[in-house]
Design a protein around this ligand. Structure first.
Ligand code: AMP
Ligand code: MG
Length: 321
């Protein structure tokens, strides 16, 4: 039995990215970090230039041709934004930039400014041309923001790279987006243990441990990026109808799935739907599993065939559906 783990980490995408392997492999870790950096450089909207920023800077002016993979991700993001009747909206950029939650200068903007930005976030106003791979934002001031899916997309690519390099066991952790490869040979059960953060804990406490094999575990939560003002919490997932952070019964949604992109999409979509609508969807889609942490301190486990969960926080009560 293999007994050691080798962890490599770097600060990328504004978070600590880590790769855990069961055998030392400095070279693959180096390749993985380079690929993540390259993809971050294409997708980020937190710098002046990237492929996505070129689209944003040309809003209202002209279409911009992007590389095939980025075009295909944008195509998926638009489909998700239009298909699900949810809060998911990849044209949310103007609101994200106005509130600046998680960045310097965060604020509760005036109702007037929010109203103005709401005119710039219609995902139908993003024109895609599949022949030229070009993207056109029809109104000046529009901005694409792929923050809700970029990490999932990148994690899936990293997995492919690892498999191509004959690395069949490990964990890619992109700060909240975790993708496990194969089985954990250091555990008799073969499960990888993934910690589920206790909401708002300042000392990295856990609500529980999720046990999975060869699955992605993605969490969207209101405690990830937020600020408090006058006793009210403002977090980073917006309701595109109101322009304010979504307000519902949930603290977080964790999706356990095969693909990390899928997990990232559904974690945001389900956050917007709330628990009842999400549960109805999950009943019809047994390949997806979810863990909801509710503000009333309940943990709801849905479709628990694909994982097991060990609660570590006595504040919460578990409900299995
Ligand atoms: P996640 O943590 O995966 O739910 O993604 C949250 C990030 O997605 C935010 O930091 C924003 O960059 C972006 N975002 C915020 N609100 C929305 C929304 N309603 N739809 C899509 N992306 C959003
Ligand atoms: Mg997401």
């Amino acid at each position: 039995m293999v007994c050691s783990r080798y962890e490599y980490s770097q600060t990328l995408m504004g978070t600590t990215v880590s790769l855990t392997l069961l055998e030392p492999n400095e070279a693959i870790a180096h390749t993985v970090f380079q690929i993540i950096k390259m993809l971050e450089d294409k997708l980020t909207v937190n710098r002046l230039f990237s492929e996505v920023m070129l689209i944003n800077l040309a809003a209202g002016k002209h279409p911009v041709t992007v590389s095939q993979p980025i075009f295909s991700l944008i195509e998926q993001a638009q489909k998700v934004s239009l298909y699900f009747n949810s809060c998911f909206n990849f044209a949310i950029g103007p609101l994200v930039k106005l509130w600046k939650i998680g960045f310097q200068g965060y604020q509760v903007p005036s109702a007037e400014l929010i109203k103005q930005q709401l005119l710039l976030i219609d995902p139908k106003n993003v024109e895609l041309d599949t022949n030229t791979h070009s993207v056109f934002l029809k109104k000046t001031g529009m901005e694409i923001d792929l923050g809700a899916i970029a990490k999932g997309y990148i994690a899936d690519i990293v997995k492919l790279v690892l498999l191509e390099n004959q690395v069949y066991q490990g964990i890619i952790n992109l700060g909240g987006n975790v993708l496990t490869l194969g089985e954990c040979l250091t555990e008799q059960s073969g499960y990888w243990n993934i910690g589920l953060r206790k909401p708002f804990s300042i000392s990295d406490e856990l609500s529980g441990v999720i046990k999975v094999k060869n699955k992605s575990v993605v969490t969207s939560g209101i405690y990830e990026r937020f600020f408090m003002q006058k006793n009210k919490l403002y977090h980073h997932i917006f309701n595109p109808k109101t322009g304010y952070p979504l307000d519902n019964e949930l603290e977080s949604v964790t999706i356990i799935s095969d693909s990390s992109l899928e997990g990232d999409i559904y974690s945001t979509v389900f956050y917007g739907w709330g628990i009842e609508k999400s549960k109805a969807y999950l009943r019809k889609n047994q390949n997806l599993s979810a863990i909801f942490l509710l503000k009333n301190k309940t943990i709801a486990l849905i479709n628990p065939d694909n994982f097991s969960f060990q609660k570590t926080d006595t504040q919460y009560t578990i409900k299995i559906d």
